[in-house]
Design a protein around this ligand. Structure first.
Ligand code: CP
Length: 354
């Protein structure tokens, strides 16, 4: 395990900026904090009186409440900041008189008053320009004197990735080495809504850091950004897993240990910076061709011994993405994942804010 001194003060913007050893350290801290949470062991001495400023451009149930509860449990406090109620933080050149404030100023002000800043921004909140949300979060990190945490942008959702790895680890006998060689399927699923790319992209990156055999299943129009695929392939070389793309959901599910079927949007030119995701009005036309991409009992029956785990980050569109018999059935670990948002993020905060 790495010394946590190496993690102190670091930004948490993506998982791939950390070594596997560092990720395991933060998750191990989170797992220890989970034990203390379950046994009602007071751990408010870990971040006493510390403040996390949370800037949410987009809605949230899990992320907001897990960070807020997590900070309280660690002895600190989390402030909820909503652009529009504060002057909306904007990049240089994007300012609107007296309704925005430069990210550089917001970041320096908040980092003088507290101990970390976390931000969520994607989709319409950054003009649907792929990479813009991530750029805004990096700009916060550039100017902040305190750690910055990515609570989901338009490329990455690293906190979800950490909770997902923690959940898989728990199902692999609490042994990171046992993730090696397990089949993990990140699959597109139909929804009438337009959803971000951050979860599927983090969803192929994170397991590939642990030597899992990763399959991406999606219609060609829903391919992920090529830079993400390149990184996954690098991980396979480094950590010994494999990467496969399938165009058929059932073929992908065959023998899978973990399946993660969810909806995401379309990059109209595969995500070169400045390129927009496909326009919302053409999305239904494309997506409606694939309404049969839905997780059913029949599909779960072809997973490993018919007992593969069903994963989803939530929120999900029931009846469109998945049948209730699966989401509420014996395969489902979706509420373990949701709970682990709390414990994984406490591990991250305890490691970088101590
Ligand atoms: N999974 C996730 O990030 O959930 P919220 O959008 O509710 O935060």
């Amino acid at each position: 395990m790495v010394v946590t001194e190496d993690l102190k003060g670091r930004d948490f913007l993506t998982m791939i900026e950390f070594t596997r050893e560092e990720i395991e350290t933060m998750l191990s801290v989170g797992i220890d904090l989970k034990r203390r949470f379950v046994t009602h062991e007071d751990h408010r001495h870990i971040l006493p009186g510390r403040t996390l400023f949370m800037v949410f451009y987009n809605d949230s149930l899990r992320t907001r409440n897990s960070f807020e509860a997590g900070m309280t449990q660690l002895g600190g406090h989390a402030h909820f900041l909503e652009p529009g109620a504060i002057y909306t933080p904007a990049l240089k050149g994007d300012e609107v008189a007296y309704s925005t404030e430069r990210v550089s100023d917001v970041a320096r002000v908040l980092s003088r008053m507290g101990d970390a800043i976390s931000i969520r921004i994607y989709g319409g909140k950054c003009g649907w320009i792929y990479g813009k949300g991530h750029k805004i979060i990096r700009n916060f990190a550039h100017w902040s004197e305190k750690p910055v945490i990515n609570m989901e942008d338009d490329i990455y959702h690293p906190c979800q990735g950490m909770a997902d790895v923690m959940t898989i680890y728990e199902k692999c006998s609490h042994d990171f080495n046992k993730l090696q060689g397990k089949k993990f399927v990140m699959s597109w699923a139909y929804s009438a809504g337009q959803k971000p790319m951050a979860v599927p992209q983090t969803g192929v990156l994170a397991p590939s850091m642990f030597g899992m055999d990763v399959t991406l299943a999606c219609p060609q129009e829903m391919d992920l950004h090529p830079d993400i695929i390149k990184k996954v392939e690098e991980h396979c070389d480094l950590f010994g897993g494999s990467f496969t793309i399938e165009r058929d959901m059932k073929t992908a599910f065959e023998g899978a240990d973990f399946v993660y079927p969810k909806s995401w949007g379309i990059l109209d030119a595969h995500g070169i910076e400045g390129v927009r995701p496909a326009k919302p009005e053409i999305m239904p036309e494309i997506m409606n061709k694939y309404k049969n991409w839905k997780t059913t009992v029949e599909l779960m029956d072809v997973t490993n011994k018919g007992r593969g785990y069903y994963m989803h980050c939530l929120p999900q569109d029931r009846a469109m993405e998945v049948d209730d018999e699966v989401a509420d059935g014996k395969w489902s670990i979706i509420f373990d994942q949701a709970e682990n948002r709390l414990h994984a993020q406490k591990g991250i905060m305890a490691s970088i804010m101590h």
